[in-house]
Design a protein around this ligand. Structure first.
Ligand code: PLP
Ligand code: COI
Length: 356
């Protein structure tokens, strides 16, 4: 691939952000864009340019057959003024794994990382500094070839855009109410659940809509085969803390392998907790709630960070936790993780990548 072109019109950027940021609604001045052409032999013309609408044929295959993947990670303005990204190489690795699963050509990970860091450097004045705020980085890769036949495309586009964000949930960092359902399924083993691809989110919308109508923030998805085992929550992985174990669903192929999940497992191991990755049935969780063996539940994700569960509903069963206070371990993990991200806690595992 040729070198990174920088094709931006310098503007006097005055970044004035509203007090309350709706997640993902405001974008910065610039994007990174690169195209793929099978005949040209690969990715070409990588450019950082002004944020603008893109021009695609109505027949672009992404609109019809969903050949599209994305990523989500964050850059933080640390207390000492430095700008750092959390484990960006893991997101780039996952981008390429998703690409492979969706028949999208992979891309040189070092180059994408370099372009991402340069984009963040150019737009770093957009990074909000209020507590819990950050710059969300959204790479998206999709089929741009116009064709109505069903097959994998030969032209693709990768765009990286940036969005200053606050907390993902309207609740802020308060515990979130979650609703388990066996009416729908999000993904099935051997399907595309472990890829970060548009179709998984499309599959989740109806359940999410119904959960919202009942006053719940997100759906806790169950496995699609037996509808018995916990999988993950709309935009986060789920952890269950029993009396003597902190556990999270094992990666069976239908769950997104979260980078926050992986980091939380590492922190818990560092702290000496008994952690497991296994099949967890909803019935086991309900039974443990009744006997007092269930201590707390929380979700983990880039957008959601660590979100404690305030209550979990499944049909006529209701598991009630505190509606106002995050769980003890959830709080400790939030402080540790956010501490590393904002530079207040030692980064023992070298998870942060600095842009300056
Ligand atoms: N599960 C789903 C479906 C997600 O969309 C996300 C968010 O990216 C996660 C889990 C958490 O993954 P990560 O920690 O890498 O953000
Ligand atoms: C993320 O946490 O990065 C997500 O992708 C969640 C959601 C916005 C899709």
């Amino acid at each position: 691939m040729n070198d990174l072109n920088i094709d931006i019109v310098e503007r006097e950027t005055k970044v004035i952000l509203p007090e309350k940021l709706v997640f993902g609604k405001i974008y910065t001045d610039h994007i990174f864009e690169v195209d793929y052409d099978e005949e040209l032999g690969g990715w070409y013309n990588p450019t950082i340019k002004n944020f603008e609408n893109i021009n695609l044929s109505p027949a672009a295959m992404v609109f019809h057959y969903g050949q599209s993947i994305f990523e989500g990670l964050k850059a933080y303005k640390q207390d000492n003024g430095r700008v750092a990204l959390f484990r960006p190489e893991k997101n780039v690795e996952r981008l390429n794994r998703s690409a492979k699963r969706m028949c999208i050509p992979e891309i040189d990970p070092d180059f994408v990382l370099k372009a991402m860091l340069e984009l963040v450097r150019i737009d770093k004045d957009w990074i909000p500094t209020r507590p819990g705020h950050s710059l969300y980085i959204r790479p998206v890769m999709f089929a741009s070839e116009p064709l109505l036949g069903v097959r994998s495309a030969v032209n693709f586009k990768l765009i990286i855009m940036l969005s200053p964000v606050g907390p993902y949930y309207p609740e802020g960092f308060k515990p979130v109410p979650i609703y388990a359902t066996d009416k729908y399924a999000r993904a099935v083993r051997k399907g595309i659940g472990e890829a970060k691809t548009a179709g998984n989110y499309a599959a989740s919308l109806m359940g999410q809509h119904e959960a919202k109508k009942e006053g719940y923030s997100q759906v806790l998805w169950l496995d699609a085969i037996e509808q018995k085992y916990l999988e993950e929550v709309g935009a986060m992985n789920i952890f269950v803390r029993f009396k003597n174990e902190v556990t999270t669903p094992m990666l069976t192929g239908s769950i997104l392998p979260g980078i926050t999940r992986m980091s939380v497992l590492q922190i818990l191991k560092d702290w000496g907790y008994n952690t497991t990755e296994r099949m967890i049935s909803l019935q086991e969780v309900i039974d443990a709630y009744k006997t007092g063996d269930l201590i707390e539940m929380f979700g983990t994700g880039t957008a959601a960070v660590i979100s404690s569960v305030s209550k979990l509903k499944f049909n006529d069963q209701l598991l009630q936790f505190s509606e106002t206070e995050a769980g003890e371990l959830g709080t400790k993990l939030y402080e540790e993780l956010a501490g590393i991200q904002y530079g207040r806690v030692e980064d023992k595992h070298n998870w942060m990548t600095y842009i300056d």
